[in-house]
Design a protein around this ligand. Structure first.
Ligand code: SF4
Length: 98
């Protein structure tokens, strides 16, 4: 799973950071950015702003996307992840049906 934010739509309310401070950070400009291994990916619009989500943070990232008032958190799920989870019998996992 990967995640990115469209900073043009971000309201800066910080809900994503509240939900998952491992995956989201707010910088000095008040806008939220994704983070990977504690490092903010602050190059809006580039492929370098697509962060890998650690397994333990998946649910929190999905929840952050659901509550984001700017509707600007975008999640990408690799096909291999879905196949692997179906094979493991996790088809009812809410993350798997995204
Ligand atoms: S929840 Fe959405 S709108 Fe709010 S700070 Fe995070 S990305 Fe921006």
């Amino acid at each position: 799973m990967r995640v990115w934010i469209d900073q043009d739509l971000c309201t800066g309310d910080g809900l994503c950071v509240d939900h998952c401070p491992d995956a989201f950070v707010q910088l000095e400009d008040g806008i939220a950015y994704v983070a990977e291994r504690g490092v903010a990916l602050n190059d809006p619009g580039s492929s370098g702003s697509l962060a890998i989500v650690e397994q333990r943070n998946r649910l929190a990232v999905v929840q952050a996307a659901e509550v984001c008032p700017g509707e600007c958190i975008f999640i990408e799920i690799d096909d291999e992840e879905l196949v692997g989870e179906f094979a493991a019998g996790k088809a009812n996992d809410p993350i798997s049906v995204q």
